[in-house]
Design a protein around this ligand. Structure first.
Ligand SMILES: [Zn+2]
Length: 464
C-alpha cells in the first residue's frame, strides 16, 4: 500500500484524518449519555454538535466533574481535563486532535480546577467498575500469533474470558449494565455502570478483584492457579473449588478447553513450553514419569519420521488432545476416593482454569482514578475503531472485520451528495450497528436511573 495516495490520506496517525473522524463520525452525544446517565440537549439536534448540549437542565456533575485525559499526536499526555458539556469536549478534541482520549473518575470538584484547589482536595467519588483483558497475558499459551497481532483464532481466549467474566459479574455480583468494548488491537474492556458499581470504594474494588483473580504469578511460576486452600498434593488431598469457580469451570471445559486449547491452538503439541508445562502441573510423581517416558518416546519416533511424507503431517494434528486423553486414562487407573485420585482430578481442573480462565489486568480495576480509553476512539496502530462487542456473540466477533477510520471516511466520501440530510454521518456508515449498541445500553442506564429516582421519591412519600 506504500505510495498509494489513498492509504496515506487515510493514515490514522494523520491529524487531518483524525479531525474528520472526530468532526463527522465520533458519537459525542451517545458517549455523553453513557457517562452522565442523562440525555443531552433534549430539544435540539441529537448529535451533540450544536447548542449547549444540556439545555434547560443545568450542568450534570457526572459529566462536569468527570476526568478526561488526551494523548496528543506527539505523545504528550494531558490529565485532569474536564468539560461543561458534550460540545465542549468535541470542540477541544477537534482543536487538539488527540490520537486517543481516556475516561477517568467523577471527582468531588471539576478536575480542571485541580491546580487552584488545596492539595489533596480533589478526590474521586464515583466511577464505573472497569476490566481490561489483553492478549499479551496469553502470549505464553497462544500459538497462532505473537506481539501486537491477533486473529480470529486467538480471539477465542478473549471470547472465553468475556463469557466467564460476564456471567460472573451478572450472576455472582448482580450487575446488569455491562458494556464490552474492543480495544482496537488485541484486547477488550468492560465498563459496569450499575449504581452499586459506580459507588464502590477502592477497597471494595480490590475485594472484587481478589474474588475474580484466579490466574496469578509471573513467568517463573508454572502453576498459576491456587484457589483451593488445602495442600493440593496427594498427602492431604485438595479442597473443592469455590461454587462460583465450579460453574466457570463447567463452561470453560465444555465450550473452550477442547476446541480452543487442545484442538485449535494445540498447546501441548511441542515439548518446550508445551507438554513439559503440562507435566509440571501434574502433582503425582508416578503418573508424571510414566507420561514423560511415553511422550518422550513418541517424540523421538516423530523426529525420525520427520523427513517422511504427509502421513506424518496428519499425525501432527491434535497431539494435545491425545496427551490429554493419556492423562485422563492415567487418572482413571488410580482408585476412586483416594487423596491421590482427588489431587489428580483437582490438578486437571486447575489446568483447564490456567489455560482458559480470564487473565485480568488487576491494577486497572482496583483504583477509581485509573483511566481507560474511551469507546469509539481509533487505535493509532491498526486504525480500527474501539467498538462495543455483544458478549452473547463474542465468539463470532472478528477483530479483522472491525471498521477502520480509513474505511469509514471512505464510506462517507462514496456517499457524498446522495446522503440523507436528516441522518447523522455515523448512521450512514458501518459505525451504525455499534453506536446503536451503545444507545440500546444507554436506554437501560436511563431506565435504571429513572427507577432509582422513583424509588427514592417513593421512600420520601412514605416517610412523610
Ligand atoms: Zn492468532
Amino acid at each position: 500500500m506504500a505510495g498509494n495516495d489513498d492509504a496515506i490520506a487515510l493514515d490514522p496517525k494523520s491529524p487531518e484524518v483524525m479531525t474528520s473522524f472526530y468532526q463527522r463520525l465520533y458519537p459525542f452525544k451517545t458517549v455523553f449519555t453513557w457517562l452522565s446517565h442523562s440525555v443531552s440537549n433534549p430539544g435540539g439536534t441529537n448529535d451533540g454538535t450544536t447548542g449547549n448540549g444540556l439545555s434547560g437542565r443545568g450542568p450534570v456533575p457526572a459529566w462536569t466533574h468527570r476526568e478526561f485525559a488526551f494523548t496528543l499526536q506527539n505523545d504528550a499526555y494531558l490529565r485532569y481535563l474536564s468539560f461543561n458539556d458534550a460540545d465542549e469536549l468535541k470542540k477541544q478534541v477537534i482543536k487538539l486532535v488527540p490520537q486517543r482520549f481516556e475516561v477517568g473518575a467523577i471527582y468531588n470538584a471539576k478536575p480542571r480546577d485541580k491546580k487552584t484547589l488545596p492539595p489533596g482536595r480533589l478526590q474521586p467519588t464515583r466511577r464505573e467498575l472497569v476490566f481490561d483483558i489483553d492478549m499479551t497475558d496469553y502470549d505464553s499459551i497462544r500459538q497462532c500469533c505473537s506481539g501486537g497481532a491477533v486473529c480470529k483464532r486467538c480471539w477465542g481466549f478473549i471470547a472465553a474470558a468475556v463469557t466467564v467474566l460476564d456471567r460472573s459479574l451478572r450472576r455472582d455480583f448482580g450487575f446488569s449494565l455491562l458494556l464490552w468494548v474492543y480495544s482496537g488491537r488485541r484486547g477488550i474492556h468492560c465498563w459496569v455502570s450499575d449504581e452499586s458499581a459506580m459507588q464502590l470504594t477502592d477497597d471494595q474494588r480490590r475485594a472484587i478483584m481478589g474474588w475474580l483473580e484466579v490466574i496469578k504469578g509471573g513467568k517463573e511460576m508454572v502453576k498459576k492457579v491456587n484457589v483451593r486452600g488445602g495442600r493440593g498434593d496427594s498427602a492431604g488431598g485438595p479442597l473443592p473449588l469455590p461454587p462460583s469457580l465450579e460453574e466457570a469451570l463447567g463452561i470453560l471445559s465444555s465450550e473452550f478447553f477442547i476446541p480452543l486449547i487442545l484442538q485449535d491452538q494445540d498447546v501441548f503439541r511441542k515439548r518446550k513450553e508445551g507438554w513439559d508445562v503440562l507435566l509440571d502441573l501434574i502433582p503425582d510423581k508416578e503418573v508424571r514419569s510414566r507420561l514423560e517416558s511415553k511422550w518422550a518416546a513418541q517424540a523421538e519416533i516423530e523426529m525420525e519420521d520427520d523427513d517422511d511424507d504427509e502421513e506424518t503431517q496428519s499425525n501432527e494434528v491434535r497431539k494435545s488432545e491425545k496427551k490429554w486423553e493419556d492423562l485422563k486414562k492415567e487418572i482413571k487407573g488410580v482408585p476412586k476416593g483416594t487423596p491421590r485420585r482427588q489431587a489428580l482430578t483437582a490438578a486437571m481442573e486447575d489446568i483447564v482454569l490456567q489455560y482458559t480462565y480470564p487473565r485480568i489486568d488487576a491494577e486497572v480495576s482496583k483504583h477509581r482514578n485509573h483511566l481507560l480509553k474511551a469507546p469509539f476512539c481509533v487505535h493509532p496502530g491498526t486504525g480500527r475503531v474501539c467498538v462495543p462487542v455483544d458478549p452473547l456473540r463474542v465468539n463470532e466477533f472478528d477483530p479483522a472485520k472491525v471498521p477502520s477510520v480509513g474505511q469509514l471516511l471512505g464510506e462517507l466520501d462514496a456517499l457524498a451528495g446522495s446522503a440523507e440530510v436528516d441522518e447523522l454521518d455515523w448512521e450512514q456508515t458501518s459505525m451504525k450497528p455499534y453506536v446503536e449498541m451503545m444507545e440500546e445500553h444507554n436506554r437501560r442506564i436511563l431506565q435504571a436511573s429513572r427507577e432509582r429516582k422513583m424509588m427514592s421519591e417513593g421512600r420520601k412519600d412514605m416517610s412523610w
